[in-house]
Design a protein around this ligand. Sequence first.
Ligand SMILES: [Zn+2]
Length: 433
Amino acid sequence: MRTRILCNILILLGLFLSLPSHAATVQGVRLWAGPDQHRLVFDLSGPAEHKLFVLHNPERVVVDIKDARLASRLPTLGGDRGLIRGLRSARHKGQLRVVLDMRQRVQPKSFLLKPTQKYGHRLVIDLEAARSKPAVVRRSAPVTTGQARDVVIAIDAGHGGDDPGASGRRGTREKDVVLAIARRLQRLIRDEPGMRPVMIRTGDYYVSLRKRMQRAREQRADLFVSIHADAFRDGRARGASVWVLSQKGATSEAGRWLAASENNADLIGGVSLDDKDDLLASVLLDLSQNATIAASLDVGALVLKELRKVGRVHKPRVEQAGFVVLKSPDIPSILVETGFISNRQEERNLRNGAYQQKVARAVLRGVRGYFTRNPPPGTLLAQRAGQQHVIRRGETLSGIAQRYRVSQQRLRLANNLSDDRVRVGQRLSIPVM
Ligand SMILES: [Zn+2]
């Protein structure tokens, strides 16, 4: 009897305690703005129910958060660019209503995230600029008569926005250093005849793993290069590594661990799991994956060989694991772990501009080596591949370089020449541009 009363008291007490604590406080609002997608994150004191809807003319996105209040005023999202014009709040039937005034029509998506190491409860609103027509995904290059196209390299800086990736002892964040290296690689590829870079992420915002692949497809990339930096609980672990997709499980325990932590990005960065698009279906169905993995292994090996010249490598060969971001069925894809941000020396290196440039150059050399040997049909590189020239009397290396519009240095490299001397009858292979 007495115990029953005690129980009832406890239940009542529980009710009283839980009721007021349901009221969530919005402790802060953060915005991550990409060119055509924004992520707005509300930091909450606890879980909260919410509703999201869109109003047109003018375009607005409305979020109602049940039993919530603002801890402070909403930030002004000033600036004359971006999708959001302004942010305002009101009380509406006992709820907190936040209205986003939009510059254009958007497709919003919202979801709640549970606390992680870095953050508490969050309400995430992803806003994507609405497209007038659904994106047409075409893979084959357009047929243009007589005009060769560039080889397209998709450069994917890992993480971004509210997903910082790994971090070092001195506070270096993976998302920052990999973006810096990606930008350096972008410039190098831009200067590379016959190649064109495409950046998957251009600033500090999060892009879901599937969207990264989708962007590469839309740009008809010939190669996808994802740039990352490792972390491990043992600060002694060091060295770069190159990864490609495995179809069945990872080649090592470390691979499983790493793939799990990289794939987790979507959970940390917080992508709703209803993100099953057509691409996923095609990924699961496509049988061309084996050939793509073989090509990825080839590129990966060349990149790894070049990275070995820059510094230590963690593993002597290309490793394989189930990275989601590498799952494009028909685009060879590699993931470069540029070093261990958890290692003091490597953290210092990764912050260093000169070192970043060395890493970017190594990746470029590997990629160039692959496409020189395997130029995709219809590209400038394919046009130039295999061309030869037989030296006639009076010809000089500089003359030939001029005629084929390649640098003398390239010509020397391609033919293993230590100086500018050539002899009559000598057969020179003409490098790609
Ligand atoms: Zn990473």
